[in-house]
Structure formats: C-alpha cells, structure tokens
Design a protein around this ligand. Sequence first.
Ligand SMILES: [Fe+2]
Length: 345
Amino acid sequence: MKKLTRIALAGALALMSSTVAHAAGEVNIYSYRQPELIKPLLDRFTKETGIATNVLFLDKGLVERIKAEGVNSPADVILTIDIQRLTEAKDGGVVQPVKDNALINKDIPASLRDADGEWFGLTTRGRVVYASKDRVAQSEITYEELADPKWKGKICIRDGQHAYNIALFASMIAHHGADYTQTWLTGLKNNLARKPDGNDRSQAKSIMAGECDISLGNTYYVGLMMTNDKAPEEKEWAKSIKVLFPNVKDRGTHVNVSGMALAKNSPNKANALKLMEFLASVEGQKIYAEQVFEYPVMTGAEPSAIVKSFGTIKPDTIALTEIAKHRKQASELVDKVGFNEGPSK
Ligand SMILES: [Fe+2]
C-alpha cells in the first residue's frame, strides 16, 4: 500500500513501466535523459536481474519535485547530464552518498565523481570545435586561439549562459584565472559572426550555410545529426563539418558528464545499487555510450564506431568539482563582457 501511495505521488501516468515480472522487485528512475536514450540499457538490466524499471522523465524541476515528495519520494536513482545538474541534486539535499560500494567507486575515475559519493559520472562528452570541411584547413585548435583576431567574424555559438558553455568557461577560469578568462571571452565575443543563438546542432547548420566557419558543440550531437533519419537535413549539416578536439597538445579537451545519483529516500535501495553497479559496469557502459554517442568513463569500454570516427579525444583531467566551483563566476563574466550581445561594432 505504501508503495502504491509513493507511485501515485510520482504520477503513475508519467511512469513508464517495463513489461516484466515484478518478482525481483523494481527500481524507480527520475531522469533528465530522454526515455528512448536509456531504454536499451534498462531493458538489458531487467533481463539480467529481473528487476523492473519505472522511468519518470522530467525536463525540469527534478530536484524540486523530489524535495516536495519528501520522505515519501518514490525516487531511487537519478539520471541526468551536466555537472550543473549533478551539483544541484547534491546541494539540494535530494541524494545520499554511496561511498562504500567498491564496484561503483573502482570503475569511475575520481575526477568524474563526487568526493562524497553523492554523484557519479557515467559518460563524458567533449565540448569540441565544429569546423567547416571546406573552409578550415587546420586540423588542430585550442580554446585559447578562439580569441585570436584571425577568427574575426567566423565563429558561431549558442547562448553564453547555457550550461555547456558555462562549464567550458569555468574550466578556462580554473586553468587561467578570471582576468585571463574575461579578456579571452571578450576576444571570443568579438570574433562572433552574430549574436549567440540556437543550439549546438544549429551552429553546424550555420556553418553549412556559410554564416560562420567554426563553432563550439558537444561531440554527441555530431553522432545524433549523422544518424537522424527523422530529420535527414541534419545529416547534411553533419557532413559539412569536421570535429577538432581542442588542446590535444596540452591539457586536453574540456569534457562534461552524464551521471547518476542515489536518491535520498530511495525506497528500493538494494535494487537502486544494483542498477548503479550495472551502469558502471563494462557492459552497461558500452550499451549506454553506444546509444548516446558519448564516451564511457570506464577504461576498457569503447565508444561507438561513429564516435571513434571523429578521432581520439584526450580529455582534460581537471576534476569536475573544480570546474563547478567557477561556474558562478563564469556566468558573471558572460554578462560583464556582454557576450550575448554579440560582436562589438
Ligand atoms: Fe545536450
């Protein structure tokens, strides 16, 4: 009865149950990731363990929802993307530590998980340069050179306040300090072809259209565009660009994560831990990374052939918690330099 109340609280209609016997119990997942992206992974988990999975997909307000549900929250595992949302879950007090689980902690590098065990990275995505195959000859690039006047009028980018850009800008502060980053952001802004606009994919479209030569974008969008049968025009956008991994000769390319956390009042904790162990396993990592065109965090698990075709990523190994510390300042600098107003006349 208690369980039913909990499920009802979560909004039974929003929960998508897998069709298996519930003999081994179930696990409730609150996810910022699209259900279709995680379905193959969850199906395999259920097949191996007999544990049914219920997914509540949210595109915002996940932390607020779990807070509002309080001790009766049915949430067991949180699946999300970006260091911003993982730290929000921790700071919001809706997760609990998993410190003593040898399996999970062994397989996930320390730089990609919370020191208190309150969140874990599962896959990484690089924030790379998309460059026009026709108009950009160079095969190497650095984030620093994006402020070089040689790129004047040639760069497209999405909103400077978007979490993906903020994390990158925060990593610049972590490596170079705030003063350097302010100057760098000003240089980057003045190299823009237009005001920041659109999403990562639409920058590739702009490159194909000749509006700009390079842009910043996440690696997985290239895989998603290349394979988008529903919107085949995106395949053309992807064909017009090549991926340049910034800073291969020094610190490496900025990466962010998708990740997981154990909900604070998890009613099915044993099953939740089994799922988390599966997500951190070689098998789970492979299925997940293949599906979402991301990089597995575990050495030994390979990315998909499409992702490999971009070249080899050398990830910046700075801890994500270090990057998270500078997010607020990065956001302030974006406003301070008027980044979203576009290039100065
Ligand atoms: Fe994304």
